[in-house]
Each structure stands twice: as C-alpha cells, then as structure tokens.
Design a protein around this ligand. Structure first.
Ligand code: PMP
Length: 360
C-alpha cells in the first residue's frame, strides 16, 4: 500500500498514526466487544469519549470556563444561519468583512434573517488580501462582527484582529483552527468544520461565550438552538459519534506533539519553505499579498493555465495529489494542514524545482 501526499483543502490528510490507531480499534474499542461506530451514544463508554474529546480541546485551545463547546452537525455552512438565528437581537444587523466565498455565504444566509453590513471587501483584487482595519466604520448597533480568519479558497489569513469595541467577534476558523495559538477570550464565537484540522467531515465545533447564548429566542427550533445543544451536552440527538471519536484521536496526537504552540512552529516552517521557493522562483507567483499569506492554504500559479494544468497532472504522477486551485481562484493550492508532514512539503518542493527546471 502506498499513501500519497494529499494536499486537499478538505476533507484533508489525517495523521497516519491516528488512522492506524483507529484501524486497531476498528473491530473492538477497549473491551467493549464492538466498534465505536456500533456503540450507543448514551453508553457510559461513549460518554467518556465525548467528555475526553471536549476536555482535550479545552486544554489545547485554552478555552476559558465562560465558554461553551458544542459538537454539532450541518457543517460550518449551517453556522451561517444558526449564528444569526441565535445571537441577533432586535437590532437584527451584523457587520462583516468580506474576504471571499465563505463570507459571501455568511452575507447571503445572515442577510435572510437581518441586515448584513459589509464594512470592507477585498473583492476588487480577487480576495488576495485582508482589507485594512483603518477605515472600518463599525455599526454601533451591530449584534456581532463576522470574519473568516483564514480563507481556504484564496489563501489569505488575518494577522491581527479588528477592534469593534463591545461588539462580539464571530470567527469562521474552519481552515485554521488549532494551527496557531488564538486567544479565545477575544472572540464571541469560533466555529469550524472538522474536516481540515480536526478529523473527518460530519462534526462542527462551535465555541461560544455563554453570555451570548442568552440572546436566543426560546421558540427557536430545538435543533437550531445553541442552548438546547448546550443543556444536552451535544447529545440532544445522535451526534456524529465516529467523527467525534476520530477528533479525539487527532486531539491526543496534537497534545503528544506538544500542543498548538509546537504545531504552530512547524506550520510556520512548512509555509515558509513553500513561500520562500515561490519568492525565489522565476516561474511561480504567489497569489496573495505577503502580509496576509495563509499558513494552511498556499496559493500560487505559473501565470499560464496550460502550465498550471500540466503542473497538477505531473504532480499527481509523483504521488502529490489535490494541488489544483479552487475553480474560482485557478492556479494551484497546497493545503498544508497540521497533519501534513514536513516530508510531504519537502517532496512538493523537490517536484516544484524540477518542474521549473523542465519548463523554463
Ligand atoms: N468556511 C470555510 C472557511 C471553509 O473552508 C468551509 C469549507 N471548505 C466552510 C466554511 C464550509 O464548511 P462545510 O462544508 O463544513 O459546511
């Protein structure tokens, strides 16, 4: 069996040791005589898995006690609806910084429930930067400020947080959670689909300041009410049990690695290897303004569509897969999440050098 280096934007590479552990425990978890997949979500053994998963995440992210962790379904996409539903007040308005497809969806869905006030946008240059905070005119009535911390498609990332005063910040961290240290206390809500830095698709993590949960109308549909999920410790209905168990294994792996602080160092190193090569190359051009380059999604191109296509095809032959950019961005995208080993990036560098030599 030969595994490839998988640069997919998500679902994405998982640590090999985690997959092996899951394989070892596939037929029988501990002494239960069954797979986690076959286990009742109400059983003591499964409750332990849920509790341990939450505890690990709390420790890894240093989540303060006044925050609630929820394991939900519906993907990060459902949060574009669920968040406005739960935390919009009578003001029914939110501020948003528009940085690409994922904030566009938040504007569209949130806009069905209230008013989306776009403070700034990087659309003019195909979302290749994060707009300056200097001229942001925060709406004093905004119920929250929505940002997408790392744009998976275009490969941008925030380097600092805007300061909207008392307005809580809601951050979509789907493609950067656990990749670098974040001060959770600066956010009202952090949410992320699991399928990039956490585990398999199927579970969505929501970390919410408890105080904000009081805003929700009691008559919200139960499945869409944060309070209902919190009161039931994310067991209001059958949770995605296996995806949560896999997340636990990934959290254990990250803890053993030395936690977020240590993985951040490696992530910065991996990204710098690629950006340095791009900056010193005559063939490759990075898509994003240097200051805002993502640590997780490295976007670049050769400037020629045909050559980009050839790059992706040749890379595939060298066991380097899923390097095509998103269809709206074109070019290439190397997603180098936590689980992408340094060797994978080094293989990609070797290939990029050879490809440049062969095609210039
Ligand atoms: N936000 C970001 C930043 C994403 O990258 C994605 C998925 N790639 C989503 C939201 C949507 O996530 P999901 O598919 O889990 O709904």
């Amino acid at each position: 069996m030969a595994r490839v280096y998988n640069f997919s934007a998500g679902p994405a590479v998982l640590p090999e040791s985690v997959l092996k552990k899951a394989a070892d425990e596939m037929l029988e978890y501990r002494d239960s005589g069954m797979s986690v997949m076959e286990m009742s979500h109400r059983s003591a053994l499964y409750m332990d898995i849920m509790n341990e998963t939450e505890e690990l995440l709390v420790k890894l992210m240093n989540i303060p006690p006044d925050y609630q962790v929820l394991f939900l379904q519906g993907g990060a996409s459902l949060q574009f609806t669920m968040i406005p539903m739960n935390i919009m007040t009578a003001n029914k308005t939110f501020d948003i910084i528009h940085t690409g497809a994922w904030t566009e969806k938040a504007i569209k869905e949130g806009g069905k429930l209230g008013t989306a006030n776009v403070l700034a946008s990087s659309e003019d240059r195909m979302y290749t930067y994060i707009p300056s905070f200097k001229n942001l005119k925060f709406n004093p009535d905004a119920d929250y400020l929505h940002i997408c911390y790392n744009n998976t498609i275009y490969g941008t990332k925030y380097t600092a947080l805007p300061d909207p005063g008392n307005t809580p910040i809601v951050a979509d961290m789907s493609s950067c959670i656990l990749s670098e240290e974040y001060d959770v206390s600066k956010y009202g809500i952090i949410f992320a689909g699991a399928q990039k830095n956490i585990g398999p698709a199927g579970v969505t993590i929501v970390i919410i300041k408890k105080e904000l949960m009081k805003r929700a109308d009691k008559n919200l549909p139960s499945m869409l009410n944060f309070n209902v999920h919190a009161e039931n410790r994310s067991l209001f209905n059958t949770p995605p049990t296996y995806a949560i168990y896999m997340s636990k294994l990934v959290f254990e792996w990250l803890k053993n690695f030395g936690g977020v602080k240590e993985i951040e160092k490696i992530n910065r190193y991996k990204a710098s290897l690629l950006y340095d090569l791009i900056d010193n190359s005559k063939l490759y051009k990075g898509n994003v303004d240097r200051e805002f380059r993502s640590l997780m999604n490295v976007t670049f191109s050769t400037g020629s569509k045909d050559l980009d296509t050839l790059f992706v095809r040749e890379a595939e032959k060298n066991s380097l897969t899923n390097l095509a950019g998103h269809k709206t961005a074109g070019g290439m995208r190397a997603s180098i999440y936590n689980a992408m080993p340094v060797e994978g990036v080094q293989h990609l560098l070797d290939f990029m050098k050879k490809f440049e030599a062969d095609n210039s």
